[in-house]
Design a protein around this ligand. Sequence first.
Ligand SMILES: C[S@@+](CC[C@H](N)C(=O)[O-])C[C@H]1O[C@@H](n2cnc3c(N)ncnc32)[C@H](O)[C@@H]1O
Length: 232
Amino acid sequence: MKDLFGKALLDYQNGNYTEDIITSTNISEEDDLPLPYLFRSFKDMPKLEQKALKLAKGSILDVGCGAGSHSLYLQEKGFKVKAIDISKGAIEVAKQRGVLHAEVKSLLDETETFDTILLLMNGTGIFQELVEVSKYLSHLKSLLNANGQILIDSSDIEYMYEDEDGGVWMDMNASYHGELDYFLSYKGEEEDPMKWLYLDFEKLQLACETVGLKCELVAEGEHFDYLARLIN
Ligand SMILES: C[S@@+](CC[C@H](N)C(=O)[O-])C[C@H]1O[C@@H](n2cnc3c(N)ncnc32)[C@H](O)[C@@H]1O
């Protein structure tokens, strides 16, 4: 990983913001990911993220914290927060912004336990592909204190396969429709391709059942997106 995501966050943080990250997927054209969005304050967050932050309690793990926007909000509210991310640049930025406990670490390497685990901005993306979901969910379950909760958002992206007449062009022999190849570029450089998973609520619920987690639908957004709460 070249950590172009981290490089972009560092540029923004250090006042060198000249362009946005460009993303695309195997089923969609290039799109800008505006850097200021990754530095959003509570009032600029989607309703589902605001809802997740309102539900947070106790000791908190922010998985894939990016620039640390959710961690900062919760820390300012007095919660004890640990923020982890695989991006060195992101963790550097989160620290510079004031996140007190931020570490370069992959979710599967985390071993502490928490009352609340947050995975936001398509939290299921980190699972990468459908076959990996139960491994990640089992691990997340092992990081929960008694009465702990996992708050995770995602979307059903079936709408992305619709053509203008409302027909669906999905290849029924292909893999699950939420499994995407994700491409990112910044300032003319291309990141190594990644896998990024969007999981519809029913699939998440089924996967939770297989690892012994209860999966509740907390709220639905305006565009096939949802926030779920997973408990023991
Ligand atoms: C879409 S960004 C979301 C950033 C932040 N949560 C936000 O809402 O602004 C996803 C983040 O997850 C991080 N990430 C990806 N895989 C990860 C893993 N296995 N463990 C920890 N972080 C991971 C990426 O580096 C990236 O910063």
